[in-house]
Every structure is written in structure tokens, then in C-alpha cells.
Design a protein around this ligand. Structure first.
Ligand code: HEM
Length: 244
């Protein structure tokens, strides 16, 4: 039987997304390469440390928001293959957050633990940034298949809801930085995007009558099977101890 045009369209978008995936994964390294190049060629501006901290922080936040945008885009545009983009976007966001923290701790604070702790205690912008990073670490540490298998889908999903908290803290961190300079233009765009992404999720859960599960997410709290952690919530996943 000949496949319909809708099926063919879905197949070609899946192929295109799978083809673009490794390119997108490599493209995430471009801002880092640009910073390394600029550093090598003395092109980081009058305050190189500030440039490094700002750029790595901004890229971490952009990639975090891109990670959160994967599921809405996948569902709204009917592109299941997009689910496979979420993990590498999230991991790159963590890489930039770690570089951001390293630039701050090493280049700005000269690894002086006492000074860093004083900063964490006295500057809300630093406290909130550190909290965002602290909640991001367990997400990065459990972002590979073995961890998903070890935790089980329901527990893994519950843990990975921390990504919303990380995103809220990151935007708050950005806001606190910019509020000091009365410059709200960029941060309002990020805040509006985050609100739209969170709003879409709340609406999606509500539409599916899945609200209890949103907060408790125990394996028995919602009427569905735990969904595939990578977002392909079409089939339940089956883990095999040995190759079947
Ligand atoms: C998920 C984690 C984090 C994200 C997404 C993030 C993001 C950002 C962003 C977007 C900025 C503003 C950049 C600009 O000037 O345009 C920023 C600034 C900054 N962040 Fe972070 N950040 C994170 C964690 C941290 C951590 C852990 C620290 C240090 C403990 C930190 C220290 C700073 C500092 C020092 C600035 C500049 C603040 C200032 O100049 O007053 N950030 N960050």
C-alpha cells in the first residue's frame, strides 16, 4: 500500500532533523570556539574577564531555554525526531554554565574560596547563580542512558523537572545582574520566553487532565505509563538487562 503524503512528509522531516542533529550539536561549540579565538587574538574587549563571564552565562541561558523549547516545538509542529535534540542542548547549557562559573571563580576571584563564599553570602546575584548551577549538576550527571536505566523512567522524569527551577533561577540571576544597571531590555525577552514555555507546559498538562502527575509524578499518580525520558511520549520504554 502506498504511504500517504502526511506520512512521507513526517519521514522527510525526521530524516532532515536526524541529518541536522550532529551539525547542531557541533554548532553549540561555536560560541566557545569564538571566545577561544578572541582570547588568542586579544579580541575580548577592554575587560576580557567580564566578556568571558557574560558570554558563557548568556549562552548557557540561551541553550537552557532552547532545551525547554524542544517539547513544545516537537508537539506543536509534529516533529518527534526533535526529541533527540533535547539532551545535547541541555548538556551544552551545562558546559557553558561550568565555564561561566570557572571564569568567575578562577579569573575574577583567583580561586580564593573565602572571597567566593563571602560573595555568595553577600551578593544575591551570585547566590542565585550558584543555586541554579547546583540544581543543574544532577541533571547533567543523569543525562546519559545508563542513569535513566538505573533510576527508572518515573524517577528520572521527576528529577529532571528541576530544569524548570534551574531556568527560573537563571532568569532571576540574569535579572539581578541587569537590575543593578537598570537595563531590562534583554532580560525581559528571556523572561517572556521562559513564561511562554512554562505557560505552554501548564496548558498542555491541564489539557491532558494530567495535573496531579505534574507535581507528584510518582509512577502511580497519573493515568499514563511513564513517558520516554527523551520526550518521545509515544511508547513506553522497555529496558533489557541483557540484549534480548
Ligand atoms: C545555570 C547557571 C547560570 C546561568 C545560566 C548564568 C547566566 C548568567 C547570565 C545570563 C549573566 C549575565 C551576562 C551578561 O552580562 O549579559 C550572568 C552573569 C554573571 N554570573 Fe551567571 N549564570 C549561572 C551561574 C552562575 C554561577 C554559579 C556564578 C558564580 C558563582 C555566576 C556568576 C556570574 C557573575 C559574576 C556574573 C556577572 C555579574 C555582574 O557583573 O554583576 N553565574 N550569568
Amino acid at each position: 500500500m502506498a504511504a500517504g503524503p502526511a506520512y512521507n512528509g513526517a519521514m522527510s522531516s525526521t530524516r532532515l532533523l536526524n541529518f541536522l542533529r550532529p551539525l547542531a550539536l557541533l554548532a553549540c561549540a561555536l560560541p566557545l570556539l569564538a571566545l577561544l579565538w578572541a582570547g588568542q587574538h586579544d579580541r575580548l574587549g577592554s575587560n576580557p574577564v567580564e566578556t568571558l563571564i557574560s558570554d558563557t552565562g548568556e549562552w548557557s541561558l540561551r541553550l537552557l531555554l532552547a532545551t525547554l523549547a524542544v517539547t513544545p516545538l516537537r508537539k506543536l509542529l509534529g516533529l518527534p525526531a526533535l526529541a533527540r535534540w533535547r539532551r545535547f542542548l541541555g548538556v551544552w547549557s551545562l558546559v557553558y554554565a561550568l565555564l561561566h562559573f570557572a571564569a568567575y571563580a578562577w579569573l575574577e576571584m583567583a580561586l580564593d574560596v573565602g572571597e567566593i563564599l563571602r560573595d555568595v553570602m553577600t551578593r544575591p546575584v551570585i547566590t542565585v547563580g550558584l543555586l541554579a548551577l547546583a540544581f543543574m549538576l544532577p541533571l547533567g550527571a543523569t543525562s546519559f542512558n545508563q542513569a535513566i536505566r538505573h533510576l527508572g523512567a518515573a524517577k528520572w522524569q521527576r528529577l529532571h523537572r528541576l530544569v524548570y527551577l534551574v531556568a527560573i533561577l537563571s532568569v532571576l540571576h540574569f535579572f539581578l545582574k541587569k537590575a543593578g544597571k537598570n537595563d531590562f531590555a534583554e532580560v525581559s525577552v528571556h523572561a517572556a520566553l521562559l513564561l511562554a514555555l512554562l505557560g505552554w507546559r501548564v496548558h498542555d498538562k491541564w489539557r491532558r487532565g494530567d495535573f496531579k502527575g505534574f507535581f507528584s509524578a510518582s509512577p502511580h499518580s497519573c493515568s499514563h505509563q511513564p513517558r520516554h525520558p527523551m520526550g518521545a511520549d509515544i511508547q513506553p520504554i522497555v529496558f533489557h538487562r541483557k540484549k534480548p
